[in-house]
Design a protein around this ligand. Structure first.
Ligand SMILES: NC(=O)c1ccc[n+]([C@@H]2O[C@H](COP(=O)([O-])OP(=O)(O)OC[C@H]3O[C@@H](n4cnc5c(N)ncnc54)[C@H](O)[C@@H]3O)[C@@H](O)[C@H]2O)c1
Ligand SMILES: O=c1ccn([C@@H]2O[C@H](COP(=O)(O)OP(=O)(O)O[C@H]3O[C@H](CO)[C@@H](O)[C@H](O)[C@H]3O)[C@@H](O)[C@H]2O)c(=O)[nH]1
Length: 481
């Protein structure tokens, strides 16, 4: 029986390994992590992450051919294939701070693999890493290896999106495997290909050299985020000209060379990957003496920051240029629907902006806990993935924030409602009831374009929807944005 061990039981390691175990009953899969609470949760009925369909997959194979353990070294030593799926956050200090990837976790995993290995291993980069990381990892593995062990490094980046992880893993657009162009490298590529071939059609398993695989992951995220920043940039122009961004996106996306996906204007993209990976790409370009290329990609992040700021300014300027002491309901805190993940969620920046203007926030999200929200609001940028840098919570800011477990409670007596996450349940709320219980004029700022603007205006709301023709009220009060 082939033995796989995955280091890192997070959003990628957990679901990815569960899918391998489900589709490959002849393979034993052990997911290991240094975090005891995380492993305990994977072994409990309440999994540590919310992902539609994940429970069923885990329950079908847990304790059969899928195991979760904190005994990291034992399982790494026994494995034939070791996936490394640890976090690779943005550096907060030192050279490249605010841009470069922090490879501390990766390097310590690589050193541990070298220390405990007694047999040949294929080591697979599952984490998103800077191009050329495999070269550094190879050096760490070989220079710490006096036992004559043969390590083959492969790059096998993951393309799943949160909220649809199980679907993405079951039917991937492609699986990408990069390896050394040597007999040993090719053999390792074939071994990993054989794992995926249990369920992925052969023409969807792409093999490339190591550097192409590593760079393709950063490139794919940069292209995806670029589409969102492009449509968000257009949304600002739509608001100034009377065009409707949904109509523009539809018309543009009908061109088969462009395609309709990923053209939803929003308050901004969030999530643990896009910003981190683009900043990393920018840093790599700078290090390779390509400032123009770096500048080009940096704009994708800058437009995203602009979009979040623009949203806050729209809220404040519409509400007579002051939100001080006004209750504002924040509906949704997760970075997208169908996940409880809040990493880099635009909700953090929007809340900070409104709190800075002394608003009183009442936040509701169906999947995010109060503790998580308060931790997020207390943190410095980029610190979320560096537990050692977490700041103590600021009690002043929290006097302005309450977290509730119901959208109606959040909106009661509020002056305004901001939709920050596109949860389906927000489309089905009784907006007449919400309006009746709000202060007047009652404002709605739809940061996800999920609500029917006309019916809300009929009820009496003043409505702002990203990139849509402005409510005359909002237009009249407009200050420079
Ligand atoms: N989240 C996504 O949707 C997604 C998708 C594709 C790729 N990625 C990439 O995959 C990687 C992992 O992302 P994630 O979201 O799963 O991160 P995560 O923070 O959820 O999980 C990483 C886990 O690694 C563990 N870990 C760190 N160092 C360790 C060590 N030395 N030994 C054992 N365990 C260790 C941590 O405790 C943590 O549980 C990142 O590089 C990310 O960019 C993420
Ligand atoms: O048209 C769109 C599409 C997405 N978003 C936002 O963009 C962010 C990211 O969404 P999405 O890409 O669906 O989720 P992620 O889980 O961040 O997945 C991205 O990042 C992963 C980590 O690298 C990759 O594996 C995936 O392929 C890539 O889609 C979210 O805030 C979305 O709300 C928009 O604003 N408009």
């Amino acid at each position: 029986m082939v033995k796989i061990c995955c280091i890192g039981a997070g959003y990628v390691g957990g679901p990815t390994m569960a899918m391998i175990a489900l589709k490959c009953p002849d393979i034993q899969v052990v997911v290991v992590d240094i975090s005891k609470p995380r492993i305990a949760a994977w072994n409990s009925p309440d999994l540590p992450i919310y992902e539609p369909g994940l429970d069923e997959v885990v329950k079908a194979c847990r304790d059969k051919n899928l195991f979760f353990s904190t005994d990291v070294e034992k399982h790494v030593a026994e494995a034939d294939i070791v996936f490394v799926s640890v976090n690779t956050p943005t550096k907060t200090r030192g050279l490249g701070a605010g841009k470069a990837a922090d490879l501390t976790y990766w390097e310590s995993a690589a050193r541990m693999i070298a220390d405990v290995s007694k047999s040949d291993k294929i080591v697979v980069e599952k984490s998103t890493v800077p191009v050329k990381t495999a070269e550094a990892i190879e050096k760490i593995l070989t220079h710490n290896n006096d036992k004559g062990i043969n390590f083959q490094i492969l790059s096998n980046p993951e393309f799943l999106a949160e909220g649809t992880a199980i679907e993405d893993l079951a039917k991937p657009d492609r699986v990408l495997i990069g390896g050394r162009e040597t007999p040993g490298g090719r053999k390792a590529v074939e071994a990993l290909k054989a794992v995926y071939a249990h369920w992925v059609p052969e023409d969807r398993i792409l093999t490339t050299n190591l550097w192409s695989a590593e760079l393709s992951k950063l490139a794919a995220n940069a292209f995806l985020a670029q589409r969102i920043s492009s449509i968000n940039a257009m949304s600002a122009l739509c608001e100034s000209t009377g065009a409707n961004v949904s109509e523009v996106a539809y018309a543009v996306g009908k061109d088969s060379r462009i395609g309709p996906k990923f053209l939803n204007a929003s308050v901004g993209f969030g999530g643990s990957c896009f910003q981190k990976d683009i900043l990393n790409l920018v840093y790599i370009c700078e290090c390779n003496g390509l400032p123009e290329v770096a500048h080009y990609w940096k704009q994708v992040v800058q437009i995203n920051d602009y979009q979040k700021t623009r949203f806050v300014k729209r809220v404040v300027s519409s509400m007579f240029n002051t939100v001080s002491g006004k209750k504002i309901a924040i509906l949704g805190f997760a970075f997208k629907k169908d996940t409880g993940d809040t990493r880099e969620t635009p909700a953090i920046d929007v809340c900070h902006g409104l709190l800075g203007d002394k608003a009183l926030l009442s936040i509701y999200d169906p999947q995010v806990t109060e503790d998580q929200m308060k931790r997020d609001l207390a943190m410095n940028k980029f610190d979320w993935d560096h537990p050692q840098h977490l700041q103590p919570q600021s009690p002043t800011a929290f006097k302005q924030v309450s977290v509730v477990w119901d959208a109606y409670e959040a909106t009661k007596d509020a002056h305004a409602v901001c939709i920050i996450t596109e949860w389906d349940e927000f489309k089905k709320l009784d907006y007449q009831r919400i309006y009746d219980n709000m202060q007047k004029p009652a404002f709605i700022f739809d940061g996800r374009n999920v609500l029917d603007v006309e019916s809300l205006r009929k009820i009496g709301f003043v409505v702002y929807s990203i990139g849509k023709p402005l409510d005359p009220w909002v237009k009249d009060l407009q200050v420079s944005i």
